[in-house]
Design a protein around this ligand. Structure first.
Ligand code: AMP
Length: 306
């Protein structure tokens, strides 16, 4: 299935208990499209950067078959910049800087070739940009997946609720699910959020895995206990990229297949955290991915006879 990815393409500066990065390439759209490219060759990105964005990364997108016709480059302007600092447990972080720059007045244009994409992955960006992309699709995509964060809940909740009412799957972390629903229990939160529109909700819990809910069922994918966790930035986006990539590859958007897709998402995210930025997901082999997925299968497989 064809895939359209929308999301920030950006510079990040990251501080973890293990070190501090320089300004490096990041952004939700970067992580999602690099990750999805391991599963489908029919994908494109819609985003915006300034003329400070390195050509080498645009070349990297091309080498992975990511169509960049929808990646606008604004001359004389600066790319989105985000800086964050992780706490000691790596499960929580503080945003130190958010400079929207080119994102401040971004009017996305979906290229003709991508207007009939069957899966649309709306990565972290302002809700009005996400809405505009939905409105530009010629046919209603088979699946619209949305990722967002507390930043947009704080400053654009009404628009965010509008997008949420028009999508199929929402992925957010546990803190954000609580903020959006006003419920502490994640089960109650899931019920409230599903009532806002999406048929499926994924709650990401960092090193504690991810929960997949629909109206009647809940499924759990663990996170792999890793010896080295270096930098969790982009893990949520990489998860989303693996999730939609797997659905696109297998041409199946059923809830049963989503259970497998969140295992793939978790496996891809487990690579992402092993190095600073997107480095680890830039060059993976099929064997490495298969072996990692097998580790997930081994982690949770057990026999009980009752
Ligand atoms: P994650 O760790 O998966 O939540 O994603 C981190 C990425 O999100 C970083 O690469 C940032 O560039 C990007 N990001 C952070 N804040 C925003 C925002 N307000 N809008 C869009 N992208 C953002």
């Amino acid at each position: 299935m064809s895939l359209l990815v929308v999301g920030s393409v950006a510079f990040d500066q990251i501080e973890t208990p293990f070190g501090k990065s320089d300004k490096i390439v990041g952004g939700a759209g970067t992580y999602i499209s690099l990750t999805s490219s391991y599963f489908t060759k029919d994908l494109g990105i819609v985003s915006v950067v300034g003329d400070d964005f390195p050509q080498s990364y645009i070349d990297l997108f091309h080498s992975k078959n990511v169509n960049t016709e929808g990646l606008e480059i604004k001359e004389g302007e600066k790319s989105f910049f985000w800086a964050g600092k992780y706490h000691n447990d790596l499960n929580s972080r503080d945003t130190l800087v958010t400079e929207l720059n080119v994102l401040a007045d971004f009017k996305p244009v979906v290229p003709a070739k991508l207007k009939n994409a069957e899966i649309v992955m709306l990565g972290n960006l302002s809700p009005d940009v996400q809405l505009s992309v939905i409105d530009q699709m010629e046919t209603r995509p088979k699946l619209i997946v949305l990722d967002t964060m507390n930043f947009w809940m704080d400053i654009a909740l009404d628009d965010l609720k509008k997008v949420i009412s028009r999508i199929d799957v929402l992925t957010i972390n546990d803190e954000e699910a609580r903020q959006l629903s006003g419920e502490y229990s994640l089960v109650k939160a899931a019920n409230k959020i599903i009532a806002m529109g999406p048929k499926v909700l994924i709650i990401k819990k960092g090193e504690h895995g991810a929960l997949l809910f629909n109206e009647n069922e809940v499924f759990f994918a663990p996170a792999l206990p890793l010896e080295e966790v270096f930098d969790p930035t982009g893990a949520g986006d990489t998860f989303a990229g693996g999730f939609v990539g797997y659905l696109a590859k297998t041409n199946d958007t059923s809830f049963e297949n989503m259970k497998r897709a969140i295992i793939y998402g978790s496996a891809m995210a487990s690579f992402c955290v092993e190095k600073f930025g997107s480095v680890r997901i830039e060059n993976l082999s099929e064997t490495e991915i298969n072996e990692r997925v097998q580790q997930f299968v081994d982690l949770v497989q057990f026999d009980i006879s009752l």
